[in-house]
Design a protein around this ligand. Structure first.
Ligand code: RB5
Length: 144
């Protein structure tokens, strides 16, 4: 399992939490930046993670910006990406079960490190349910 991680300057502070969960689980990390709190443009990092996942270079992605909104919009512009913005674990569980989300987005200005840890763990531990949800995911995939 390889996970692509991307963040802007506002998300940079939360990245160590994500990295530590992935390392604890022995998951390979593709860190696509940014690498400091110097101001950058979040679409670059959302797109980079989206492309890494869509191409198969990474199995899944995790993106972080201030709210998680801008970087999730960027990731979702990449065909094949289903990025779910989560601020608590139930959403992380349901976006895996129902949406087969392949990218998780979080906001470093809206949640704390303990919540982020729980969200990442839940996202990684939850499987897609398939069935009627597969029909809907296919409908999502067909929106061009
Ligand atoms: C950066 O200031 C901020 O706009 C960005 O991190 C994010 O919250 C955008 O949606």
């Amino acid at each position: 399992m390889k996970i692509a991680v991307g963040n802007d300057h506002a998300g940079f502070q939360l990245k160590p939490v994500v990295i530590s969960v992935l390392e604890e689980r022995g998951i390979e990390i593709l860190d696509l930046g940014c690498y400091s709190a110097e101001s950058v443009h979040y679409p670059i990092y959302g797109e980079a993670v989206g492309r890494a996942v869509a191409s198969g270079e990474a199995d899944m992605g995790i993106v972080i910006c201030g709210t998680g909104i801008g970087i999730s919009i960027a990731a979702n512009k990449v065909p094949g990406i289903r990025c779910g913005l989560c601020s608590e674990p139930l959403s992380a569980e349901l976006t895996r079960q129902h949406n087969d989300a392949n990218v998780l987005a979080m906001g470093a200005r809206t949640i704390g490190p303990e919540m982020a840890r729980k969200i990442v763990e839940t996202f990684l531990d939850t499987e897609f349910l398939g069935g009627k949800h597969a029909v809907r995911v296919e409908m999502l995939n067909n929106i061009k």
